[in-house]
Ligand binder design. Structure first.
Ligand SMILES: NC(=O)c1ccc[n+]([C@@H]2O[C@H](COP(=O)([O-])OP(=O)(O)OC[C@H]3O[C@@H](n4cnc5c(N)ncnc54)[C@H](OP(=O)(O)O)[C@@H]3O)[C@@H](O)[C@H]2O)c1
Length: 334
């Protein structure tokens, strides 16, 4: 094997980036770190930002995005991993300024690599990927504050997206009563089948409200939008509630007030699944492997594609059309 296929983002001019599948020499990956044959990757919002040349994610081009990968070790000069071991890589600098998982091969430091739990297929590991780790971590943080789950109301914003769909599935599986908030009315059925007790249109949450607080609608939840959505979610959280935020699809600003914190004791929890110690990630992978996933649920979440379809899908993600989990099959020879 001398060459491999990879997604390649090139900079044409200061504001113009082009994304296509290219055939690259394997030697470009260098000779240090664990060489992994990638079987599956998946699409995350951050990959879309990287492919669009967002300097907050990727600074040097040409570049191969992909913050998640599931594959098999080909070679490890450090001797930590044996050839043939099934492994997962997620987060750190993978796919940001280090060539990522949207490629047939990758090479990464051994400190970024987790062994894939026996009871998790490489494909289902990428059904979860960073999005699943993020949703699982949010629930873990919320449950540290509110260990009781039964009868608690859990809200999810951006519910049709990758993090959102998985948060609906995992929160319902844990026993919460889940409210899914989505900008896509056509997704209500799918979200209900994933476990949502009710679905709300995102429209109302996106308007800024002059009211200092809103009627309490939920006890906890995960917001992946930021901006006005997060402000309104906080205002409508019940006393002593906890809201985790992981994303900024609506923007990084937070123009709200402190009343949810000082009048209702609401907690705002930050989620960063990317830079967690490998031990924490391993434990999260194990917790995800233990979630029983029916074939119907799998079909409701996964859309499996090939690498050639990725440029178009990444561009669509930036427009808010993300739906469930796009899993990329890197070894499909279509
Ligand atoms: N902190 C962390 O560790 C961490 C980890 C993973 C992801 N994230 C962040 O979490 C967020 C969601 O990631 P994802 O992978 O789930 O993305 P995604 O699959 O593209 O989903 C994002 C969802 O947000 C909603 N949305 C509403 N307005 C949008 C807009 N203007 N642009 C884009 N989306 C819009 C859409 O859902 P509806 O139509 O249903 O409203 C969309 O499906 C991103 O900001 C990502 O960077 C953070």
């Amino acid at each position: 094997m001398t060459h491999y296929q990879a997604l390649r983002v090139t900079q044409q001019s200061p504001d113009d980036f082009h994304c296509e599948v290219a055939r690259l020499p394997l030697g470009e990956l260098g000779s240090e770190g664990v060489l992994i044959k990638v079987y599956y990757s998946c699409l995350n919002y951050k990959d879309a930002l990287s492919a669009a040349g967002n300097p907050g994610v990727t600074r040097t081009f040409p570049h191969t995005p992909g913050i998640d990968a599931a594959g098999v070790v080909e070679q490890d000069p450090s001797g930590v991993f044996a050839p043939g071991q099934r492994v997962l890589i997620s987060g750190y600098d993978f796919g940001m300024n280090t060539p990522g998982g949207l490629a047939e091969y990758c090479r990464v430091p051994a400190q970024w690599v987790s062994v894939c739990p026996d009871d998790l297929s490489l494909r289902n590991a990428m059904l979860y990927g960073t999005a699943g780790l993020t949703a699982a971590m949010a629930m873990q943080k919320i449950q540290k504050l509110q260990p009781e789950v039964a009868g608690r109301r859990f809200v999810v914003t951006g519910a049709s997206g990758a993090v959102g769909s998985l948060a609906v599935l995992l929160a319902a599986h844990a026993g919460y009563s889940v409210t899914a908030v989505t900008g896509k009315a056509q997704e209500f059925d799918r979200l209900t089948q994933l476990g949502a007790s009710q679905c709300l249109p995102a429209e109302d949450l996106l308007k800024s409200s002059p009211k200092p607080l809103l009627k309490p609608e939920w006890d906890c939840g995960l917001d992946s939008l930021g901006g006005a959505a997060l402000v309104n979610v906080l205002k409508a959280t019940a006393p002593e509630g906890a809201i985790a935020n992981c994303g900024l699809a609506l923007g990084p600003e937070l123009e709200g007030n402190v009343f949810p914190f000082i009048l209702r004791g609401v907690s705002l929890l930050g989620i960063d699944s990317v830079e967690q110690p490998l031990e924490t990630k391993r434990a999260l992978w194990q917790s995800l492997a233990a979630v029983p996933l029916t074939a119907e649920q799998e079909a409701l979440i996964i859309r499996e594609v090939e690498l050639t379809q990725v440029p178009e899908l990444l561009a669509a993600m930036l427009k808010g059309s993300g739906r469930g989990r796009v899993v990329v099959n890197l070894q499909a020879k279509g």
